[in-house]
Design a binder for this molecule. Structure first.
Ligand code: AMP
Ligand code: FE
Ligand code: FE
Ligand code: ZN
Length: 283
């Protein structure tokens, strides 16, 4: 087997700059240990973890691709858009992300308020990630609730309290998906629909394509081989780039997803090319 055939890229990884458990440095170390060729750091609503990952991978054969996962709305439905090869130093881009993280803090405060009505007291400072450069999320809260034995595990926290059918659910204040795609594009990135099976918006894909969507996450830890086939066909039909990644958030119930889903070198190169073409179009 050639080195090229061995190359595997996990293009969906969270760090502790959002709700991933591990720091960017540890993620890089683990990616090297399992022999990945590339990872994309795709934190929710932020790019602040990317530089540390890039620095940690400086002298090793691992490419760190700058990415982001933006939560947006398509009317009433929350969808996640991945952005690849975004310019993570572009201040007009990072300013919008910073505003999104501030909205996350406000939302988290509301959730904590609702929980406190139910007699569940969690202090704001317990919420790891309340800082300006990190995105706080419900998974942080679910971890604290599990740690404090308020729930048996993080899944129960979502099912009972903070999931969209939970009793303390608070909606995100979010961008319209068209604005999210546009901001990814104007920062030089390629916009990709994340985990289509989870989001369940297949019939909306043509509309997303019209609005600048360039790829679809065909491979994901929650998608099986028949899902993969289905999304490969959709990618082909609409001329979308094929992407894939594990959506690793650290050790979940003792399992580390890093490297369990992804794409080969050819797909990575196609995404890179598409980003370059997009940049050229703008010039
Ligand atoms: P947030 O971004 O604060 O709305 O939180 C959503 C994040 O929580 C997702 O991106 C997942 O990382 C995590 N999560 C884990 N389990 C669940 C679940 N059962 N339902 C929804 N989100 C979950
Ligand atoms: Fe997450
Ligand atoms: Fe997501
Ligand atoms: Zn994700």
């Amino acid at each position: 087997m050639t080195i090229e055939n061995d190359f595997f890229a996990d293009l969906h990884v969270h760090t502790n700059y959002s709700d991933g458990f591990f720091s960017p440095e540890i993620i890089v170390q683990k990616a090297i240990e399992i022999g990945l060729g590339a990872i994309a750091v795709t934190d929710h609503d932020g790019v602040e973890g990317i530089q540390s990952a890039v620095d940690a991978a400086r002298d090793v054969p691992l490419e760190v691709i700058p990415g982001v996962e933006i939560s947006a709305f398509d009317r009433d439905k929350e969808i996640h858009l991945l952005g690849y090869f975004v310019d993570y130093q572009d201040s007009s881009f990072t300013r919008i992300l910073e505003k999104m993280r501030r909205n996350r803090v406000e939302r988290m405060k509301k959730i904590l308020g609702l929980l406190s009505f139910k007699g569940i007291k969690i202090e704001e400072h317990e919420m790891f990630g309340m800082g300006k450069d990190r995105a706080v999320g419900r998974l942080h809260l679910a971890r604290v609730m599990a740690r404090d034995k308020i729930v048996r595990n993080t899944k129960e926290a979502f099912d009972k309290y903070i999931g969209d059918k939970g009793s303390c659910y608070v909606r995100h204040k979010r961008l319209d998906y068209r604005e999210a795609i546009a901001m990814i594009k104007s920062s030089g990135g390629v916009a990709v629909l994340a985990h289509p099976v989870v989001t369940d918006v297949d019939e909306r894909i043509p509309e997303y394509v019209k609005n600048g969507l360039r790829g679809i996450e065909v491979y994901h830890s929650k998608q099986n081989t028949s899902d993969n086939q289905k999304y490969l066909k959709i990618a082909d039909e609409y001329g979308l780039l094929i992407t894939g990644g594990s959506d690793c958030h650290g050790n979940v119930y003792g399992k580390m997803l890093l490297g369990t889903a992804g794409v080969n070198k050819r797909s990575v190169d196609e995404i890179r090319e598409s980003a370059k073409e997009g940049k050229n179009d703008q010039e």
